[in-house]
Structure formats: C-alpha cells, structure tokens
Design a protein around this ligand. Structure first.
Ligand SMILES: [Zn+2]
Length: 626
C-alpha cells in the first residue's frame, strides 16, 4: 500500500513537471572544427570540417540540413532568378549572377560526409544539402559529422566574394557548409536568395592556411598571434613566422551563431580597447583604393577609418549602458563586402563613404551584435526584430555621437507612411524572402520595425520601455527569442496587456488615424469630439494648451491594456475614462471655457504612427476669432 501510494505520488508529482519541461525552452548546439587551405590566386579552397551536433530538442531527428550558400552565385540559381524577376531588384545583384563565368561563380561541393564514422546519404539541392541520417539523433544525443569539401569563392556580388569594389581580396561570409537551425518550429533550411540567416549557437575552431602576405581578421580570436604578427602579436613579442609561402591562422570563437573572416595583403590593422568592453580590431585598405574615387577622396576615406576608432568606442559604451552588455571579448570592423553586413563579433563594411556614413554603417552593424547575433531571433521570420530594432538603436546612438536632437526616428515614420500610402505594404509576419518587392521588405524590416519600438515607448512610457529593453537583453541573450517572448518581457515590465499591439501592428497592415473632428464650448466647459478614422486602436496622449500659456495632459487609456502608463512628462496629467476599440468617437471634456483654450493636440511627441497628422491638432483660439 505504501509502495502504491508513493508510486501514485510520484506520478502525480511528476506529471505536471514533465508537461512543463515539454514547454520549456531549448536550443540546439554545434561545435565546428575546420581546416581550410586557400588557393588565393584561383579563389578556391579545400576544407575539412568536424561538426559535433547536440540535439537538445525533445524530438528525434532522422535528417539534417546544411546551407551551401556559395551555390547561390551560379546562373539560374534561385537567387539569380529571383533577382532577375523581382520588380525592384537590388542593384548590386541585378543580372550579375547570370553573367558570371566559370571561374567567377561560387560553389561548395561536398566530397565526403560521415556520421559517427559511417558514410551517409546526402544530396545537394541548390544552396541546401539534405542529409538522411544512418541513425536517428535522439533527444539529448550528439552526432559527429565529418565532411570534406571544395569551394570556389564567387566574384564579389552580394556580401561575400573576392575583389569587392574597394579592392578587398576576400570577404568571407556564408563561406562554409553550415548546419541549418532546428528549433521549436522545426527545421529552417531556407534557400539562399540573398537575404536573412538563422543558425544555432556553437563554438568554432578554425584554421585558415593562406599565403603569408595576407592579413586576416574576423569573428575568431587569434590563437597564434606571435606566429602571425601583423599587429596581433603580444607587446614586445618577436614574430616567428613559419618557413614556406603560406602560414596558418588559428582562430577560435565561443557561443556564436556564425563565423566570418576577410583577408587582403594591403590591410592596415589597428586595435583599441573599449573601457570595460571588448578589444576592437580595425582592418582596412591603406591607402584606400575605392573604384572610381579620386586620389583626394581616397585619402579622405583613409582618414575616416582613423577617426572611426573613437566613434566605435563611444558607440560600444552607449550600447552597453542602454541596451545591455556586449558579451564577447572582441569586435572587428573589417573593410569588405558590399555595404554593411553583420556577423558575430564583427562586420564587413565598405569604406568609400563620408565620415558620418562610415560611422552610421559601423553603428548599425554593431547593433546587430545585440539584435540578432546575441538576441538571436529567426531573422527570416522576424526580420523587423533584427533590422528594425537595430535601426532604432542606431538612430539613438547616432544622435548621441553627433549631438543631434529632435525626433531621431522621424525618418522611419516617413518611410512607413510612404509604404502605407503606396498600397504595397505587407504585414511584418511575412517571411523575409517572400515579400513581393524589395522595398516592401526594406520598409517593413527597417522602418516599421523601428517604429514598432518607438511607438511601444509611447504606449508603455519611457522608463518601462528602457528598462524593458535591458530586461529583454538580460533574459534572452545568447538565446533565440520570438516576438511573443519580447512582448511578454514588456508586459512584465509595464504591467500592461500588449497582445493587441502585436496582433494589430505585426500581424496586420491596419493603420492608425486619430483626429479632432470638432470643438464646441460654453462658459463652463469645452468639448472636443475625437474620431478614430482607421482600424488600429491606441491609447491617446492629448495636450491642451491654455491661453495663459499653461499646458495640461489628458490621457485616454485603451481599455484592453487594463491600465495606463505612468506620466512621462512634467505636465499635470488627467486620466480620463478609457476609449474602447468598439467606439468610433469620443468626447473629450475640458472643464474650462473655450475662450481659455488655445489649442488641442494629439500626441505632440509624434511617436504615434498616425498616418494622417493633419487632423491631430485643433487651433481653438482661431476658431473663436472667426
Ligand atoms: Zn542591418
């Protein structure tokens, strides 16, 4: 009986625990060891990779997928066809892939692949390698994959490649066979059409053998600096290079979602230290040799890179304080690529720019170390949490670095408004690859994503918003948060219900337009008739200015938020009866005669993404004088 009872107890006690575990957060883990031998002259390399894959999911896997991104740079690839058929192609791509010759295309050809020492069946399907496993990988189990492959680096077209427009020899991103992500939504083996990425966290141990005159930098921390030199050596150390034409750079990186590198014989290498932060590396062409630029312009570009050092330190200090601490010991600004592209612990950015533009692209890419590399959202599905959050933080940081004031996010609101008016807007839940146009993707991801945050600050108030951003970082760093995880953090921080905000602003293209339809008054009171002209509801801040110069803030809560934000201003605030989403109009009663009211303004902070602001303020004084 006792035994039965304890058995029963165990069952009762463990059942809910098991259920909770099923809902528990988990993430996959990868450990890569790679050796690469580069034939720099022919832009090819051969590689060996050992990948230990840990299945932390509660599911059994009988297949795995790798990305073979370089295969996109071949005529008739999906990326090529997409670029030649979309109505507004990226000018960097256009039909350039279609016109690549045999020695300019990119490829990754798998020569052999084993799982736990036994050959497996695999098939290359464009940019994806499909692997049917010998033995399934059960929950909590590891599998070791060993691969040999040959690769040709494409002529620089998009992000990675050789010989970019600024003469950088190798921009090496998306360069190795990379395990796709498996998460609570299943596998994500997206074909590469030139857009976003998603990958498991893991450790990288990478050895790159290349001609001795190349200077390298990238994600990894150099393990043999005194053998390499080029400014990596320890202070006072004697650089001891091996004999022969080539040497091997040994890098390691821990707990990152990707690994990039760049190489050029003309790189200048400079380092700097962020106080209480990472060591910074800068690698850039010296002298600058930007295609089509005058000698004078090139001289300026070189100087800009020198100035970039202090701006990068300033940006990191600002970011650490406002958006959570950068968790890695190193960060590298490396000249390369075709604009700016983020990778863990560094970026590829082009340098043929004004100082402000160079700092701007550096800041933007740096923030991807917060939004996507550390808070590793699935950027294919949540492109706005990647580019939008980054744009938001970048605008604030640029304002800080260059002493700008005013509405620093105004540009994002303008772009959002533009796409709304064009009729081409698509909801933020659209997969990044699947937007109809590049411009609809760009505005959704970068602009509406930034507006999402700045408007959220309006909804819950500055202080809870700022604390919420830090809490989000603290809670989700080095994990894969979803949009609802973010909303949940903001609900906890503010105590307000926010599911409606996600539903309207992310899942739909419904818009906001509040207006003041009319104002009537007598000796005792003034009544403003407010109207909601579009479908998305919002809580409202309304500022009334009186003829004596005083201002009063009226707050109209949205009932479904079940509360109100704190007063963010120095003004006296009156909280009125809430405006429910079913009511198209609302009468705002001001207990002062109309003759004492000068003007009434909806959201003077301009954080509300109101698509028609012409009806947002009402000049009562001029109405009375008519
Ligand atoms: Zn970006």
């Amino acid at each position: 009986m006792k035994k039965l009872l304890s058995l029963l107890l165990i069952t009762i006690l463990t059942l809910p625990v098991i259920q909770a575990q099923n809902r528990d957060y988990w993430q996959q883990h990868v450990d890569y060891t790679m050796q690469i031998d580069v034939d720099a002259e022919n832009h090819q390399y051969s590689g060996e990779q050992t990948l230990v894959y840990t299945n932390n999911s509660p599911h059994t896997l009988d297949r795995v997928y790798y990305h073979l991104y370089f295969n996109a740079f071949q005529p008739e690839s999906m990326m090529d066809i997409r670029s030649r058929t979309i109505v507004d192609p990226d000018r960097r791509v256009g039909d350039r892939i279609y016109n690549l010759s045999e020695d300019e295309i990119g490829y990754q050809k798998v020569r052999s692949l084993t799982q736990n020492g036994r050959a497996v069946n695999y098939e290359t399907d464009g940019t994806v390698l499909v692997v049917d496993l010998n033995e399934p990988i059960g929950p909590g189990e590891k599998a070791t994959f060993e691969m040999e492959w040959d690769a040709q680096v494409p002529l620089q077209i998009r992000r990675s490649g050789w010989n970019n427009a600024e003469g950088v020899e190798f921009s090496m991103s998306q360069w190795y066979p990379k395990m796709a992500e498996y998460d609570f939504q299943g596998w994500h083996p997206n074909e590469y059409v030139g857009r976003e990425f998603h990958a498991p966290f893991g450790n990288f141990d990478v050895k790159i053998t290349i001609d001795q005159d190349y200077v390298l930098g990238g994600t990894g921390i150099l393990q043999n600096p005194n053998q390499i030199g080029y400014g990596y050596e320890e202070e006072g150390a004697r650089v001891d290079r091996p004999n022969g034409d080539k040497m091997t750079w040994h890098f390691k990186a821990e707990n990152v979602i990707d690994f990039f590198w760049g190489a050029d014989p003309d790189f200048k290498h400079v380092t700097a230290q962020v106080p209480n932060g990472p060591k910074l590396h800068f690698l850039y062409q010296q002298p600058a040799v930007v295609e089509g630029a005058s000698d004078e312009a090139n001289a300026q570009y070189t100087e800009n890179w020198e100035q970039l050092v202090d701006y990068t330190i300033g940006a990191f200090e600002y970011a650490n304080e406002n958006f959570g601490e950068y968790p890695y010991p190193q960060y590298t600004n490396l000249q390369g690529g075709d604009g700016g592209m983020e990778y863990p612990m560094g970026t590829l950015i082009t340098g043929g720019r004004s100082l402000v533009s160079l700092v701007g692209v550096m800041v933007h890419e740096m923030y991807h170390s917060w939004y996507q590399n550390v808070l590793a959202t699935n950027e294919s599905l949540l492109e706005w949490m990647d580019e939008g959050f980054t744009s938001f933080a970048s605008s604030e940081t640029m304002a800080h670095l260059f002493d700008r004031d005013g509405n620093v996010h105004a540009g994002s609101y303008r772009s959002y408004n533009y796409i709304v008016q064009s009729g081409d807007e698509e909801p933020l839940i659209t997969h990044a690859d699947h937007y109809n146009t590049n411009s609809a993707y760009g505005v959704a991801a970068y602009s509406k994503g930034a507006v999402f945050l700045n408007q959220l600050e309006y909804i819950i108030g500055k202080e809870d918003f700022r604390n919420g951003m830090l809490r989000y970082h603290q809670t989700w760093k080095l994990k894969h948060p979803t949009a609802l995880d973010f909303i949940n953090i903001m609900e906890q921080e503010s105590g307000l219900i926010l599911d409606w905000y996600y539903e309207y602003f992310v899942q739909t293209t419904k818009t906001i337009d509040y207006g003041i339809e009319s104002v009537v008054g007598d000796e005792n009171k003034t009544v403003a008739k407010l109207e909601r002209n579009e479908l998305m509801p919002m809580p409202l801040d309304i500022v009334v200015e009186y003829t004596n110069g005083e201002k009063e803030l009226f707050y109209l809560p949205l009932r479904m938020m079940r509360g109100e934000k704190p007063n963010e201003t120095d003004m006296n605030r009156t909280v009125l009866k809430d405006w429910t989403w079913v009511e198209p109009t609302y009468n705002l009663v001001i207990n002062k005669p109309a003759s004492q009211v000068k003007s009434i303004t909806i959201d003077p902070s301009q954080r509300l993404a109101d698509i028609n602001t012409e009806n947002n303020s009402f000049d009562v004084a001029s109405m009375l004088s008519e």
